[in-house]
Design a protein around this ligand. Structure first.
Ligand SMILES: Cc1cc2nc3c(=O)[nH]c(=O)nc-3n(C[C@H](O)[C@H](O)[C@H](O)COP(=O)(O)O)c2cc1C
Length: 354
């Protein structure tokens, strides 16, 4: 079905096509009788894929990556689309329009996207009221960012504001310091700034006795040394690490859009992010939660990321190229792989290649 729609969809500006998808999902949400139909089309369940991680039950390891549903507008429809978890957002305290359009590009020859959205979202209060319209059966995470107008020294307070606002409504948070489209955000990867951020988050957690796990999402552009230096404070402050966000590198690309400014996602990210994942797994002796993302297009990619140390994975770009049937396909084929190789549960293959 998607093979038929894709050529038409790819004639349309990528952000417009995304808006049409969100509208279709809003329609589904408005007519709850359609939800079982979506479920029938995209959902696949198998006990071998179940995991309990950080006290959270994941029916399968394939999550939706941040940035697809920026303002929590369609989580109820997405819940039925076969994902093991959703990461909504990135959300900032105040609403903001993001960067001028166009700001999203397809790189068809490279199976990649470039975006410089700049945290366009309706702000935390509206996003929260959107989220509260429904209840959910799968883990709902929230990706947290910083407003463009926030002063340099007050940036970490934005994370705390959003976390505080959503603390009773989500299953996990992701502190996003890795978007390349908000000026100075990535400087949180620097040692001093990162330790200030960790202190602020830790002190908030202690004061509130916060039970919701907080993950940190890093840039794909980190060196292994840079990642190594961050791992100690990360394991002390956070409950997991997402490796990794988009890259600003443009090596070995063929598409005409390759020179656009922004974060590159999709296939070209895969090997790089895999390297970061194996390294983090090795350095933390397999004792720290890693969520893998970046360029997962097929079941071999999923298996490779899990075997390199990720306990869960997230996808975004491949949904654009392969369509919404991908989650079911990945889950089904992963379960088949586990069965035919004698594994009882997906957790048994995590880190096997490291
Ligand atoms: C249009 C777009 C918007 C995104 N917005 C966010 C965001 O708000 N926060 C975030 O942490 N990552 C964001 N991402 C990054 C994705 O969550 C994901 O980490 C990245 O695209 C790599 O995965 P992929 O290759 O499967 O797309 C965005 C990606 C795209 C393509």
């Amino acid at each position: 079905m998607y093979k038929l729609i894709k050529p038409i969809l790819f004639q349309i500006d990528p952000e417009k096509a995304h808006g049409m998808t969100i509208n279709a999902l809003k329609f589904v949400q408005k007519y709850p009788k359609l939800l079982p139909v979506i479920n029938q089309l995209f959902h696949y369940e198998n006990e071998q894929l179940h995991q309990n991680i950080k006290g959270i039950y994941f029916e399968n390891p394939i999550g939706l990556a941040a940035g697809f549903d920026k303002s929590c507008e369609v989580p109820k429809a997405l819940e039925h689309a076969g994902f093991g978890a959703l990461e909504l957002g990135g959300i900032t305290p105040k609403p903001q329009p993001g960067n001028p359009k166009p700001r999203m590009y397809r790189l068809v020859e490279d199976a990649a996207l470039i975006n410089r959205m700049g945290f366009n979202n309706l702000g935390m209060n509206k996003a929260l009221s959107n989220l509260r319209k429904y209840s959910y059966q799968i883990p709902i995470g929230l990706n947290v960012g910083v407003n463009k107008t926030t002063s340099y020294d007050a940036r970490y307070e934005d994370y705390i504001k959003v976390i505080d606002t959503f603390k009773n409504d989500v299953t996990f948070f992701t502190v996003n310091i890795s978007s390349p489209n908000t000026k100075n955000l990535q400087s949180f990867h620097d040692k001093d700034e990162f330790s200030q951020l960790c202190e602020a988050i830790q002190s908030y957690k202690d004061k509130q006795n916060l039970r919701v796990p907080i993950f940190i999402k890093l840039t794909s552009d980190l060196t292994l040394d840079g990642l190594g230096q961050m791992l100690e404070p990360i394991t002390q402050t956070f409950d997991g690490i997402i490796l990794a966000n988009t890259t600003q590198q443009r090596d070995h690309l063929n598409s005409t859009n390759r020179h656009e400014t922004g974060g590159l996602s999709g296939k070209p990210l895969f090997n790089r992010n895999l390297e970061l994942i194996s390294y983090a797994y090795k350095q933390t002796n397999g004792q720290f939660l890693i969520i893998g993302t970046g360029g997962i297009f097929n079941t071999t990619d999923v298996i490779t990321m899990l075997r390199s140390g990720a306990s869960l994975v997230q996808i975004y770009s491949s949904l654009v190229f392969e369509g919404p049937g991908l989650t079911q396909k990945l889950n089904k084929q992963l379960a088949q792989y586990l069965k035919s190789n004698g594994y009882n549960n997906v957790s048994e293959i995590i880190g096997l290649d490291v």
